[in-house]
Each structure stands twice: as structure tokens, then as C-alpha cells.
Design a binder for this molecule. Structure first.
Ligand SMILES: [Zn+2]
Length: 321
């Protein structure tokens, strides 16, 4: 395994900070695997498992894989009392994953380059030779799921066979209308396979979740190694669920919350979603009921809610799309 560090910046104390990558295999560059663009989204253990596997098959590997487990050095030092934040730049509030503007990929002097744009450029440079790009994240409180942002990815998603998949065409249109696209998906539509994978909940070590993501990625590595892209020519039977996000349940008022359903649970009309407690009604509680049939995509990872905050994300199962 060949390790390279791409210089990113020098910090105020003079230390040089860079992005470290690990290349393995020989031949055509096919799989680019990235994690850690957001601080506290611990996908490190998945990279650890995949690296262990790749080292064990290094001599038989007939294509190139690039592992970038901690792509954003700025994000991981944003800690507040044992909580690693690092989703937004604390200076300008911009999501670290929303710096992939087309402006960044020119040498046009009208656009002064921020550090985040520089990072985005290095990412694009690293990823460009590869055909499949997987960007590993974690969600709030969630089971692993694959984010399928483009219809042409359907067959690929069915092959990967994550138990839960989110199909988000609305997101696709919103992104097309904005300057700041998320990751590569917009840039590479139709030319590459670029997926975001939510690997579980923020800052957790969950063996079941780690195993699911690791297993799906190793399946892909083995298939590419044996049959290259043949799997895209056939239809895949699977037991995956494809969900379209429908709505967030927001807190009506500030409250404490106990969730009654978790990520991946099905709910019917009238089922209890959560119990809420507020200080003005001390000693009592109130239930929130589902108004229809859904599946819970995520809960927000907290028990403390300000009025209007997102609490529960619901989706509906798609039979075809
Ligand atoms: Zn993220």
C-alpha cells in the first residue's frame, strides 16, 4: 500500500497539514473511497477493515483503489466537550461538503480560493482518474443507507444491495440549481458512479453497521476484480428497500424527546413516533403519532429540541422508480 500526503496548508504554529491517501493494486484506477469530510462522522473503522482486506489480497488485485479515510483535516479538531462537530466551517458557517463549485476548477483570478475550495480541488484531482466514487458519511441516528441521487444509478444500487437506500430526486433538482454542489455527484453525473454512503450514526462504533458497509464494499471490490463492470449488464434481484424522503417531523415547541421508533422501523397511521416532555407541563408527557405509513430514515441524535428543530425523517417505500 502506497501512502502519499497532499499538502493543504500550514497552521498558525507552523505545522504542515495535508490529506493522506493510500493507493493499492495495479492497473486501471477504478475505485475511490473517501471519508471524513465531516468531523465526527466516524467511518475510520470501515476503512481499517477494508484496508486489512486489501492488504490480504494485494497480489491478486488487478485494478487500483485509492483510500482517503480522513479527507478534511480542518473538520476533525472542532471539538466541544468530547463532541466532534466539523460539519460546518466555524468561521463562515458553510458545510464542508458544499464547496464543489465549478468556479473552483478554473484558474480564474476573479475567484479567490478559500481553503475549503483548495481542498475541493485536491479531492477532484485525486478522484478524477477513478470510475467509482464512494463518499462515506454518517447520519444523525441511523442505520446505514446509500444515497441514490440519479436514476442511472439504479442497477448499480441494486447490485450493492444496501438494506436501505434513499432516492432523492428533489435533492437532485435543488442541487442543479445551486452553485455549490455536494461532492462529485453533480459534476460527474453520467460519467462516473458517485454515491454518498451514510454508514450509521454520528460518532459511534457499531459493529453491525460497520459490517454491513464493509461487506457491501468488499463485494464490489471482488466483483470488479473478477469481472470488472459485467455486473452492470445484468439485473439484480435483491431485498433492498428504496425510500423517497417525504417529510421531517419538527418540534412544535422546545422539548425533551424519547423516540419510540428508530431508523429502519416501519410505521403505520396512528403508531407512536416519539414522546415529548416540556417544562411547562412538568410531570406529564405527550405522544406524537404517525399520520400515515412510512419508514423512519433517521432520528436526530439528541434528546433536547428547540422549537422548530428537525426530529424525525420519514420516507415512503418506492415499488418502482
Ligand atoms: Zn457528512
Amino acid at each position: 500500500m502506497k501512502s502519499v500526503t497532499h499538502p493543504l496548508f500550514t497552521d498558525i504554529t507552523g505545522n504542515k497539514i495535508g490529506i493522506t491517501t493510500y493507493e493499492i493494486g495495479k492497473g486501471e484506477p477504478i475505485l475511490y473511497l473517501q471519508g471524513g469530510i465531516h468531523g465526527g462522522e466516524v467511518t475510520f473503522f470501515i476503512f481499517h477493515e477494508i484496508a486489512k482486506y486489501l492488504i490480504s489480497i494485494e497480489n491478486q488485485l488487478n485494478f487500483k483503489i485509492l483510500l482517503v479515510p480522513m479527507v478534511n483535516p480542518m473538520a476533525w479538531n472542532q471539538q466541544f466537550y468530547h463532541y466532534t462537530a466539523g460539519k460546518f466551517n466555524s468561521i463562515d458557517g458553510i458545510d464542508f461538503n458544499r464547496n464543489f463549485s465549478d468556479h473552483n476548477y478554473t484558474n480564474d483570478v476573479r475567484y479567490n480560493m478559500s481553503l475549503e475550495s483548495k481542498m475541493a480541488n485536491i479531492i477532484i484531482e485525486m478522484a478524477t482518474p477513478y470510475k467509482i466514487l464512494l463518499d462515506l458519511h454518517t447520519a444523525r441516528q441511523s442505520k446505514p443507507y446509500l444515497y441514490v441521487e440519479h436514476k442511472s444509478y439504479k442497477n448499480f444500487a441494486e447490485f450493492l444491495n444496501f438494506k436501505m437506500n434513499i432516492v432523492d430526486p428533489l435533492q437532485e433538482t435543488q442541487r442543479a440549481a445551486t452553485d455549490f454542489s455536494t461532492y462529485f455527484t453533480q459534476k460527474y453525473q453520467n460519467s462516473k458512479y458517485a454515491f454518498t454512503v451514510e454508514c450509521g450514526s454520528h460518532d459511534e462504533l457499531n459493529i453491525e453497521n460497520i459490517n454491513e458497509v464493509k461487506t457491501r464494499i468488499i463485494l464490489l471490490i471482488n466483483e470488479l476484480n473478477n469481472n470488472k463492470f459485467e455486473f452492470l449488464k445484468t439485473k439484480h434481484q435483491n431485498n433492498s428497500i428504496f425510500l423517497e424522503p417525504v417529510k421531517w417531523i419538527h418540534a412544535h415547541d422546545s422539548c425533551f424527546v424519547k423516540f419510540e421508533k428508530q431508523s429502519g422501523d416501519s410505521v403505520n397511521k396512528g403508531d407512536k413516533l416519539a414522546t415529548i416532555y416540556d417544562i411547562n407541563h412538568l410531570g406529564t408527557s405527550e405522544k406524537i403519532y404517525s399520520d400515515g405509513s412510512y419508514m423512519v430514515i433517521e432520528n436526530t441524535k439528541s434528546t433536547i429540541y428547540r422549537a422548530g428543530s428537525k426530529m424525525i425523517w420519514l420516507g415512503i417505500k418506492l415499488s418502482d422508480w
